[in-house]
Unconditional design. Structure first.
Length: 82
């Protein structure tokens, strides 16, 4: 699913169904600058998943990068993290 908001576009990334999103807001060329948050969890099939939130050189949201250890599609995001 792709969504567009005033001045911001959120698009699914071609990552094999792992759930990554790219976030764009400025008209100039953006690049990932740094990671601002990370969470790891296990998918319902027991496979390890890492999700990182990255910002660009202007400290604006750039992407939500989701990586599943076996590169398979993400099945479920947990409701709560303990």
């Amino acid at each position: 699913m792709n969504a567009t908001f005033p001045d911001i576009s959120v698009l699914e990334m071609d990552d094999g169904g792992m759930g990554s999103l790219t976030i764009r807001g400025r008209a100039v060329e953006e690049r990932v600058e740094r990671q601002v948050a990370e969470v790891t969890f296990f998918d319902s099939d027991g496979m390890w998943v890492s999700a990182t939130l990255n910002v660009d050189q202007f400290d604006d949201l750039f992407e939500l990068d989701v990586f599943k250890g076996d590169f398979s599609p993400l099945i479920e995001i947990p409701q709560a993290f303990n």
